[in-house]
Design a protein around this ligand. Sequence first.
Ligand code: NZQ
Ligand code: ZN
Length: 387
Amino acid sequence: MQNFDYQTPTRLIFGEGSIEKLPEVMAAFGRRILLAYGGGSIKKTGLYDKVRDLLKDFEIHELSGIEPNPKYTGSVVPGAALCKEKHIDVILAVGGGSVLDCSKAIAAGAMYDGEPWDLISYKVPTKAALPIVDVMTMAATGSEYDSGCVISRTETNDKVGYVDPHLFPAVSILDPVHTFTVSLRQTAAGVADAMNHTIEQYFAEDTTLLNDAICEGNLRSLMVNGRIALEHPDDYKARAEIMQCCAYGCNGILALGNSRSGWPCHGMEHALSAYYDITHGVGLAILTPRWMEHILNEHTLPRFVSFAVRVMGVAPMDDDMETAKAGIHALYDFFVSMGLPMHLREVGIDESRLEEMAHHVAEGWPLDQAYVPLTEKDILAIFRASL
Ligand code: NZQ
Ligand code: ZN
């Protein structure tokens, strides 16, 4: 078991009606709030009005229109400038992972005199960030409980993960009711994203029985409750379990004591969404079974057999290799049953830029240190198999 040094300082307020605590929560950080949100879903659902009403005694400035795969030039730069101009005390992100991720980058940029990209690209260490509170309206990324954000810079086809302890939200308000209106497609994509977060940590060289069991439970819960949520989008219990599973995805708790895994599917997916602006969870659903097929060998076999039997419910066969392959097929079939596209061509990606993207991944993500190391050639093969 590996050593670890771990802290997650975020306060989670979970459950129906938890939004009522918002005034008390915000008051602890000051009066001037930057309210950050996306393309308008919170206006349609009435959450915007609710938040404005709860915070009527605060000074509120708004940053709206934050896009999925949040953009550096379009949202982070103006957001950081607005915080400086209005002397913002605290950022309130209301929306999905994109709104929260953007708010995290803004929070750091607001406390820095130069270009926020210096921080995002780690050219300059992050010394401070404004406090961040979020009200999540989507379950997927785990950004609500982690210190990372993912920012896209369209001009250079970069989609960069920026991780720093200053970026943990101070408080995350998680009311599953706020996720009832998420479309079937985004619900499925969110489940696929959280499943992949778990898989990225489960497939490691050195794991513990405890972590394995938590990961297996997380995956089973996401599949059971994902199916229910697609049938009954307002099933509170299913939405609540999905929200809880998603929150644990990226803050490391699933892999304390495990050896590093390298998060290979994320390395590859970030190139797809950087070049083609596709939905992150959809890209992961397409890549994950192909990556699994690519790395299945005699050495990784026992892990795949565990995955097949304990997660996907495959009955063990005489030949372990057959059991392992059945587990991968069962995962593929699950994504199909969730209505997810399973080929890159279905999301507008053809052969033309696969080599360029494989090169970009190999240069930018240390996949030579992954659970099963991947070369540029391997990455290209996985992309081609996903077409
Ligand atoms: O923009 P609005 O109008 O709010 O609509 C959003 C958006 O179009 C909509 N939506 C959100 N809540 C809704 C809703 N529609 C109806 N009802 C609601 N309650 O859903 C669409 C997608 O939202 P987005 O925030 O983009 O989705 P998600 O939460 O999946 O975030 C994806 C981003 O997070 C990054 C991804 O790369 C991607 O950029 N990630 C962040 C991570 C992190 N911080 O730890 C880890 C992840 O692996 C991931 O990379
Ligand atoms: Zn992800």
